[in-house]
Design a protein around this ligand. Structure first.
Ligand SMILES: Cc1cc2nc3c(=O)[nH]c(=O)nc-3n(C[C@H](O)[C@H](O)[C@H](O)COP(=O)(O)OP(=O)(O)OC[C@H]3O[C@@H](n4cnc5c(N)ncnc54)[C@H](O)[C@@H]3O)c2cc1C
Length: 409
């Protein structure tokens, strides 16, 4: 049988997706070199909630117990009016081993970094800005990256495969496809903040969406010590400075108790544009893309990293099957096809619907919102419906074994 063993994989980007892939590969005796342009991990307010499908991957990485211990399992999510009235909600089931877990991404990254440090097959280099990639032609027998390191020196590293996990502005994606990232930037503007404020005083659940045409927002507790993520909307077209200046006024307008400066403590804030985008191909020769480097969606409903980790899960299964001669590297074309289909059929439509549900008063959206909230109310007393809805959270997973083709000798 042909020797398919993988000798080395280069992963570009030590964000959550790159780190999880590196851990899964290194644990399976596949050597990895992880390169990141930054000198320290990113600590902007981003992901905090990890869905059941991601929980399973954290378990496969050997970090779930630590994540659960440092984070917590939210009691549930609800939708409410600005006056506080609850319109419907979904309670979580802490007895389920895959229950959603909550921990700010910067802390998850530290746990993943510690785990990676325990693995002999993994090497991580900070301050390696990857600017070029080769190995994109069919028939190429190896891949390589060119990185600019401290002092401006250019260094080339070679491997069997290169995986671009380098986020929304991926240089690997740009090397493959230029500046084109198919999709759209939504007109809405969001500001994500991390804030200490006692929402439980207003009978707030651990997570909620407040429905209003202009004063919509999400408020979710993200640490057991009472740090909350408040992500709210503002008028489009202002500068970052203007959004940050308006934050106190917006909090007083929209939050329960209409707090003034000094009645809460903001520890982090960052305006974001919302993107719905996906590449047309996640593989070119020996170069692959995953997670934000390959697709983006708005954060309402937490489909961003959830979709990214689902890519990593599928990609790892494929690479391991190549390494152990269960299939040929043609499986990587299937990886690309399957993950793009999941984005088009699940991630894009459901993340758009999650977002529009909290502000759009258009007739069709109002109807969908009513039906959705009615389903939530029914679920409270209907165990069977709860099971069906919970099972649907694994929709992003794909069993790749039916696509395996035995290598010929
Ligand atoms: C406000 C907000 C809230 C969110 N909440 C959730 C949530 O609750 N649940 C959820 O699932 N998702 C959520 N998301 C989405 C989630 O944060 C992202 O999908 C996730 O961070 C993407 O991870 P990644 O590893 O693909 O990319 P990134 O986290 O962006 O990491 C990319 C890494 O690549 C490195 N890099 C970049 N360019 C280069 C280069 N040229 N060379 C080398 N390295 C490079 C960067 O330094 C970085 O370390 C949220 C996003 C936002 C904005």
């Amino acid at each position: 049988m042909a020797d398919q063993k993988i000798k080395k994989i280069i992963i570009v980007g030590a964000g959550p997706s790159g780190l999880i892939l590196a851990i899964l590969l290194a644990q399976s005796d596949i050597p990895v070199l992880l390169l990141d342009a930054a000198l320290v991990p990113n600590d902007n307010p981003r992901a905090a909630h990890y869905a059941p499908s991601s929980v399973r991957e954290l378990r496969r990485c050997g970090v779930l117990a630590e994540v659960q211990q440092e984070g917590f399992i939210p009691e549930g999510v609800c939708w409410r009016k600005p006056d506080g009235e609850v319109l419907g909600g979904i309670k979580s089931d802490p007895s389920n081993p895959d229950s959603m877990v909550c921990l700010p991404l910067d802390r998850l990254i530290l746990i993943l970094l510690r785990r990676l440090g325990e693995l002999a097959n993994a090497e991580l280099r900070w301050g390696w800005n990857v600017v070029g990639v080769k190995g994109t032609e069919e028939g190429d027998r190896e891949a390589s990256v060119t990185a600019v390191v401290k002092g401006g020196e250019k260094v080339v590293e070679k491997a069997d495969y290169v995986v671009g996990c380098d986020g929304a502005n991926s240089s690997i994606r740009k090397c493959l496809f230029g500046d084109s990232y198919p999709g759209e930037t939504l007109s809405s503007q969001i500001i994500a903040t991390n804030v200490f404020y006692d929402f439980h005083r207003f009978q707030y659940w651990d997570s909620q969406f407040i429905i209003h045409p202009t004063d919509w927002y999400m408020a979710a507790k993200i640490t057991p010590s009472g740090l909350w993520r408040v992500t709210y909307g503002d008028i489009p077209g202002l500068t970052t400075e203007q959004y940050l200046e308006r934050q106190e006024m917006r909090f007083e307008q929209i939050l329960p108790g209409h707090p003034k400066k000094g009645e809460y403590r903001v520890v982090n804030r960052s305006p974001y544009k919302l993107q719905q985008r996906c590449v047309g191909q996640m593989r070119k020769g020996r170069v692959l893309l995953a997670a934000d480097a390959a697709h983006l969606c708005n954060p309402f409903g937490g489909m961003g990293l959830t979709g990214g980790i689902a890519d990593i899960s599928t990609l790892f299964d494929c690479l391991l099957a190549i390494h152990t001669s269960l299939t040929t590297d043609a499986i990587l074309d299937k990886y690309s096809e399957v993950r793009i289909k999941k984005w088009k059929e699940v991630i894009d439509p459901s993340s758009r619907a999650n977002f529009r549900r909290i502000w759009d008063e258009e007739e069709g959206v109002r109807r969908e919102r009513e039906e959705y909230l009615e389903r939530c109310r029914t679920m409270e007393s209907n165990v069977e419906l709860r099971k069906v809805i919970f099972a649907s959270t694994y929709m992003l997973d794909e069993d790749m074994t039916p696509y395996f083709t035995k290598p010929t000798s």
